[in-house]
Design a binder for this molecule. Structure first.
Ligand SMILES: Nc1ncnc2c1ncn2[C@@H]1O[C@H](COP(=O)(O)OP(=O)(O)O)[C@@H](O)[C@H]1O
Ligand SMILES: [Mg+2]
Length: 573
């Protein structure tokens, strides 16, 4: 590709609205351009990279027997209503105003609707179907460029099996394919146990790239035996236990105490574990005539409520109560809520396991500016349930006590689920088994974000000058620079090299621009980040030499003009 004829609008300055490296560098290197919040145009350079990633994904999907489809982005409301997801997706789904259509955020429903009339016997199973297609999600906070967009490309695959063992095999095949894909894309990745709640499945695994630009938080053990999304992570911790002092509970005045920290300060306490943190959540009723359910959640004062664990326990729709609701249900504002003396007697009370049967607790009195001390949950709070509801913290022991947990940020690049029969049941996708009995098809679903892989790669592979591509997803193998294209010898030598290198079936980006300063060309080359730069300059050429620069290390090698091809080949293998 001749740069004189290739649209790469590189920028010297960082865009003002970009924070993370991949976003900044994708804009600066002319890979993408924002159209509106969370929506990007893919410029020629970016599109080359995205297509290379798609090709790797395609090859690995085909290798496990995948059939490639292309389904429409538009799909009828009716279909989504049948599985309940028209309602469940809420505002994240884009809806068309003048037709009963949505822009699909994923394709379980549509694929299942194709399976339904076609996969009708155990003889038709198993099947592995996939597509690489544009998804639409009305993300509340699109950010970090293509890392979280409102329109993005996903490879989504769906397995259809007759047996649960079959599903295990399909899931294992995808797991293996994902590992191949991320390895071939040059990512340093790991997998974690994930939450499958929203999809309604049993087992699920996310593929993660450790990065500060990530929005996921993961718990990894030092010995590598445990890794989990924080949403479902567990650790080993002793219960805070009973002191058995048998003191009666009593209210005390706590003016201006609005938080656990302020409460601990006012009592001169370092250990906050017995300051029970109380939060009120609402599970909105699905039925207009039914009442919303209120849930009071108790955790130790130095812990946080894990909202995903709470969702898994209660319902996906559960949300924190609004200030007016808190007042109405408890009689107090957020800082003074507790399990004793709630205004509404029908509140469901759930506490974290660490508090099981604890006594001498301090919590809000459900009366502003008052707290209660010496609460004994066993004695004083009826119908309390205990569940694992806390967020695991850095430095805690793994559940098997063999290792320590580290908490870190990561980018989710892929996600695989065992869906089970949720979609087949909702849509009536049944098959006849060997005994002539009708059963719902057992499904799995497997997603990868194409642009997100590119962004995650850049997060892991860049320096202050730009991107550092390598391997299969590099947009080009060689960046050939004609330093001063006005010089006849330089131009002719470069042209010749371009031809020779292209004949070796390498992808060459050839900076043949005239009237562009050498410094500018070098800066562009480092910014775009092609692995090898072949620099044809007047000075070296006088001695019949050419310079090769390795982008990642900055190492420069001078070779005779006849040795260039050989050297480039050697460096690329
Ligand atoms: N808004 C987005 N922008 C870019 N890629 C996304 C976005 N949402 C999801 N992806 C990609 O698609 C894959 C599958 O998505 P999925 O697990 O359904 O999404 P989520 O975890 O956000 O609910 C993710 O692992 C990620 O790589
Ligand atoms: Mg996911």
């Amino acid at each position: 590709m001749r740069l004189s004829n290739f649209f790469i609008p590189t920028q010297k300055e960082d865009p003002t609205d970009a924070v993370v490296a991949s976003h900044i560098l994708m804009i600066r290197s002319g890979m993408i351009k924002q159209l509106t919040s969370g929506v990007y145009s893919y410029l020629p350079l970016g599109y080359i990279v995205f297509r290379k990633i798609e090709q790797i994904i395609r090859e690995e999907m085909n290798a496990i027997g995948g059939n490639e489809f292309l389904l429409p982005a538009l799909s009828p409301n009716e279909l989504w209503h049948e599985t309940g997801r028209l309602e469940d997706y809420g505002d994240t789904m884009f809806r068309i105003k003048n037709r009963e259509l949505v822009l699909a955020p994923t394709h379980e429903e549509v694929f299942t609707s194709i399976a339904k009339p076609n996969l009708v016997s155990y003889k038709d199973l198993p099947k592995m179907w996939y597509q690489i297609q544009t998804k639409f999600r009305n993300e509340a906070r699109p950010r970090s460029g293509v890392l979280r967009g409102r329109q993005f490309t996903m490879k989504d695959a769906y397995s259809f099996d007759a047996t649960w063992e079959g599903l295990d095999e399909s899931y294992k095949d995808q797991d293996k394919a994902y590992k191949n894909i991320f390895t071939r894309c040059g990512l340093d990745f790991f997998s974690v146990t994930a939450c499958s709640g929203a999809m309604g499945g049993s087992e699920s695994e996310e593929f993660m790239v450790e990065s500060n630009a990530g929005e996921d938080i993961v718990a990894i053990s030092d010995n590598g035996s445990y890794s989990s999304n924080i949403e479902v992570a567990v650790s080993f911790k002793d219960k805070i236990g009973r002191k058995n002092s048998n003191l009666n509970y009593e209210e005390f005045h706590t003016p201006n105490v609005k938080s656990i920290d302020e409460l601990a300060d006012s009592l001169n306490l370092n250990d906050k574990s017995r300051l029970a943190k109380s939060r009120v959540f609402v599970d909105p009723s699905k039925d207009e005539n039914a009442k919303d359910e209120y849930i009071l959640v108790l955790v130790c004062g130095d812990d946080e409520v894990n909202e995903t664990k709470l969702q898994n326990l209660v319902s996906l729709a559960i949300r924190p109560g609004h200030p007016e609701e808190l007042l109405q249900v408890t009689g107090a504002d957020a800082g003074s809520i507790g399990p004793i003396g709630l205004k509404n007697k029908n509140v469901r009370i759930v506490a974290d396991h660490l508090l099981e049967d604890a006594d001498e607790l301090i919590s809000g009195a459900n009366k502003n500016d008052y707290h209660i001390k010496n609460i004994d949950l066993k004695r004083d709070v009826a119908n309390i349930e205990y569940h694992d509801l806390r967020v695991v913290k850095d430095g805690e022991l793994t559940f098997d006590k063999k290792s320590k947990i580290k908490i870190t940020k990561a980018i989710e690049v892929g996600h695989i689920f065992k869906l089970g029969t949720k979609y087949a049941e909702a849509l009536g996708a049944l098959f006849l088994d060997k005994d002539g009995k009708e059963n719902p098809i057992i499904m799995g679903s497997y997603g990868i974000g194409v642009e997100r892989i590119a962004a995650a790669y850049i997060e892991q592979n860049h320096d202050k000058n730009g991107i550092i591509w390598s391997g299969e997803i590099a947009p080009f193998n060689v960046h050939l620079i004609s330093v001063n294209a006005n010089d006849e010898n330089v131009r002719e030598t470069s042209d010749k090299l371009y031809e020779l290198l292209s004949n070796k079936s390498l992808d060459i980006l050839y900076d043949d621009r005239v009237d562009v300063r050498p410094g500018f060309k070098f800066m562009d080359a480092d910014l775009i980040g092609v692995p090898i730069q072949v620099i044809v300059g007047e000075k070296n050429l006088k001695d019949n030499n050419i310079e090769i620069k390795i982008r990642r290390t900055g190492e420069r090698i001078i070779v005779g003009r006849e040795q260039v091809i050989e050297k480039v080949n050697e460096l690329l293998t």
